[in-house]
Design a protein around this ligand. Structure first.
Ligand SMILES: [Zn+2]
Length: 306
């Protein structure tokens, strides 16, 4: 049996019925509001019949239809980590990911140091903060009091065990009252959100005037180019697939000014350090980017792997 067949068997053994979930159709692009899309793919890397589309106007890529918040919350409560483990053929859970998260925190901390050292910052909110390892490492390094918001109960429990304030849920739905934070981090999380525009708007409100936002994306182009497969770059855990130009447009629309862009050592993630700036509510990727993206996708889908 080939490794690929073994992988399909492991995934099938989880018994996750993707087609039986609750669905929403995407009526409007979450970034620019347009409603004309191009369907790119019909299955994801796990073999599920997930359809990914690109917005014809701005080039944002997203699952359409997409599971509802209820279905995603069930998915994160028991399916997500076992599915990723089955895909990779090794155990990945709230405990095993901690070594990787510590390394990540050290690395991203180096990027943030020039903005946070000596800035007099006191509080940090980690959106999708998982086990709290990253929040706890950054909080210690920069003398911050950390709060973690995560929808997965098991991972929030790990964070709680570290003594970090944890809120189980989604940032758009959590009642934070009048609280504001000096630093907001959204680490390897934005691709998992259901409403990116709404979250970034909320983050802008939650951030103090001289606050700092850290956010990183899986660069969709890097993901399909490295495997020479668009399907392999699509996975049901990611409702969204960003390129550098769609993420920048999101940040500008939500009122952030990018201070630094960083290509991660893994060549897959791209990180942004940003601060509150003037909102450019009509910001779009540069003209030509959408056409170039769709052409490149067609090339990867049809030209022999180099
Ligand atoms: Zn759009």
């Amino acid at each position: 049996m080939s490794t690929t067949e073994e992988r399909w068997e492991r995934i099938e053994a989880l018994g996750f019925d993707y087609a039986a979930q609750e669905w929403m159709l995407v009526e409007r692009c979450n970034l620019c509001g347009a409603s004309a899309f191009t369907v790119l793919t019909h299955r994801d890397r796990y073999g599920f019949p997930a359809t990914a589309s690109a917005c014809d106007r701005c080039g944002l890529v997203f699952l359409d239809p997409v599971m509802t918040a209820t279905s995603y919350s069930r998915f994160y409560n028991g399916t997500y980590r076992p599915l990723v483990s089955a895909y990779h053929g090794r155990l990945i859970d709230a405990r095993t990911i901690q070594g990787e998260q510590r390394e990540y925190a050290a690395d991203r901390g180096d990027l943030l140091a020039r903005y946070l050292d000596g800035g007099g910052y006191r509080t940090m909110l980690d959106i999708g903060g998982s086990t709290g390892i990253v929040a706890s490492a950054l909080a210690e390094r920069f003398g911050l009091k950390a709060t973690v918001i995560d929808p997965a109960p098991l991972e929030a429990a790990e964070a709680q065990a570290l003594g970090i304030e944890t809120i189980e849920g989604l940032v758009e739905e959590s009642d934070l009252g009048q609280r504001r934070f000096d630093v907001v981090i959204i680490c390897q999380t934005v691709d998992h959100l259901l409403d990116v525009a709404g979250t970034l708007r909320r983050v802008r409100e939650l951030l103090t005037d001289r606050g700092i936002l850290f956010i990183d994306i899986v660069d969709f182009r890097a993901a399909y180019l490295r495997n020479w497969s668009v399907e392999e770059a699509v996975k049901i855990d990611h409702p969204y697939y960003f390129t550098e130009s769609t993420m920048i447009a999101y940040l500008r629309r939500s009122g952030f000014e990018v201070l630094r862009t960083d290509y991660a050592p893994d060549h897959l993630h791209v990180s942004y350090v940003a601060r509150p700036g003037a909102a450019a509510p009509d910001a779009l990727p540069p003209p030509g980017d959408v056409r170039d993206l769709l052409r490149e996708i067609r090339f990867v889908q049809n030209a022999p792997r180099p």
